[in-house]
Structure formats: structure tokens, C-alpha cells
Design a protein around this ligand. Sequence first.
Ligand code: XIL
Length: 373
Amino acid sequence: MQQKKLWLLACSVTLLAIACSSSKKNNPGGTIPSLKGVYKKDFTIGTALNSTQIEEKDPQAALLIPQQFNTATPENIMKAEIIHPQWDVYNFDMADKMVAYCAKNNMLVNAHTLIWHSQLPPFVRQIQSVDSFRTFFTNHIKTVAGRYDGKVYSWDVVNEALNEDGTLRKSVFSQKLGDDFVTEAFRLAQAAAPNTHLYYNDYNNEQPAKRAGCIALIKKIQAAGVRIDGVGIQGHWHLGKLPLKEIEESIEQYAALGIKVMITELDIEVLPRNFQGADVNQRMKADPTMDPYKNGLPDSIQQKLADDYRSLFKLFLKHKDKIARVTFWGVNDGQSWLNGWPVPGRTNYPLLFDRNFKPKPAFDAVIAIGKKQ
Ligand code: XIL
């Protein structure tokens, strides 16, 4: 009898040890809840991925990413300068790896981005004739969107085509192809990728003037009988200055067009900045006052960041019937593009995980508000 009890006890201890080690494997902190789990019924939760993460070269990231996120956007590797470096050269290596990585980890891919005026390969700006430019435009969309149809969930077909006042941005695309290039891009994407969701994506398009331009653009695509499935609000916002009212109005007004709304590149800037938004061409000079938290983020700012993230997710949850996805622009603070833009070499803190992949108070706030509903 005594022996049987001892044997049972030994079995339970072994089982407990196995359970603990396997939960640690999927959960580097051992006890961290997951964003994708807590928001499972509401919307998908994404992150931007870089090459190091896609190739699983960082073991901590490799554990954390599949545990927390169920969708991912390539931060750079599907942009034209990488995937289509020369007129007749395509480089699908990393994009294929990303598709495989996400398939293995049950994550949907939001491919980013087919048509954008930035991060273009140099040959594009050297094309002289309109006919050749149109050939490039058509080949690019057909080849890239066609290859990944059925393999990615969605495409940001056109990125950042609008000015702040809602008019169409002067870009190599509008100059060569005219104002209809956005509709044309969607028409080509629809033909090349019939099984892929097609989105328009921009920053500051929650602001009234730009939003009105964005709505007009979407209506124009729809009126041409061309498919558009959703709109991305990038969500590069600033600490203590969240445009909550404008975000809410935008979610409602975009959803009323019969399309999905997504927050596609969420981060919250905590450092000084003299402009809002994410125009990658805008830069500021480095000086020590611009980089105040080199040695760590003060608790008071940490708390403010948590408060801001809490308010945002409260709003997203209120409109969960209209929001399909919320994607953070990066996994942890160390990897964020905001360390290098618009001022090079700063120490920024815009995300939910710190440089050591430790969840910040902002993470706890997002989890808590998600659990409370
Ligand atoms: C950024 C990347 O994060 C950086 O690594 C790169 O140097 C520049 O582009 N809006 C977008 C994203 O749509 O593609 C941009 O990503 C950030 C702004």
C-alpha cells in the first residue's frame, strides 16, 4: 500500500515536471498570458517580422513570437527594393522563408507592400517612358501577388498614396500613371491574387482631412467595380496624444464602406518629436535633448504608456465587430524602427516587450483589458 502511494506520488511529480517544461517551451516567461489567446474572439494580433526573426536566429524571439502572435507582416523583405531589385530580377528567398515560417507557426501573413513610393529599387526611378513604367507596374503586381496567392492571407496593395490634406501624393506612380494608379493597382492585384484579401494602408488616415481623402479613394475603387477588402490605419501614435475620437470616427466611417478595418503598424512614440505620423522622408537632427531615456524609461512614463495602450485596446474592443486585426510594428523595443527614425541612434520604448523580451506594464494593461470584457 505504502509502495503504491509512493509510486503514485512519483508519477504525479514527473507529470507535473513534464507539464511545466512544455509550458515553458511555448512560453518563455513560464507564466505570461498570450495576446493572441486573450484576444482570440475579438481580432487577430500581429507583429512585424525582420529577417533575423524569420530565420529564427534569435532564440528568445523564436519562442516568444509564435506564443504571442497569430499573424505577421514582413517589416521590409517584401518591399520592391528587396523582392524586385532589377527590371527582370526577383528575389523571393526571404519572402518564401517568411511564408514557411508562418505556416509552421500557424500565423497568417499580411504581405506588405506592392505599391509604395518608398524603398523602391533604383531602376524604377530611371524608367523614362510611360509605357515602360506601366510594364514594370503590371509585371511587379502580377509576378509578386501571383506567386503568393493562396500562401498569404492579405496584401497591403497600395501604401501611403495620400497627402495630409487628403489629396493624392505626388509620387513616381501618380506622375507616370496618373491619379487612377491606385484603382489600377487593385485591379491588377485582384486578377493576380483572387484568393487574397486586398487592403489600402496609410498613416494619419484617422485624421479628418486625410480620412476624407481615404474614403473618397476607397469609394472610387469600389465604383470602378474593383475589389478592396479593407483599410489599414497604421497607428504610429504619440504618448499622451492619442487621437481617440478621430480613431473611433474612422473605424465607424471606414466600416460603413463595407470593408474591414485594421490597425496595421501600432507603436507609441515616447521620445520628443516635432511632427506626427510616419512619413519616412521626414527626418530630424540628433542632439542629446532628443534622446532623454538612454539609461532607462522612468516609471512615470512607463505607466503613461500602459495607460495609453489600455485606452487604445478599450476602444478597439468596443469596435471589435469592425476590427479584423491589430498588428504591432515590431516584437520588442530593441528592434523597433523608432530607434533609428526620424532621429538616428535613439533609445526608444514604443512596444509591449522590452529589450530583453520582458513584458512591460503596457503588456499587462493590454492583457488585463482583454480579459475583463
Ligand atoms: C519601416 C521599417 O520598419 C524600417 O525598417 C525601414 O527602414 C523603413 O520602413 N510605414 C510603413 C512601413 O508602411 O513599411 C515602414 O517600415 C514604417 C512606416
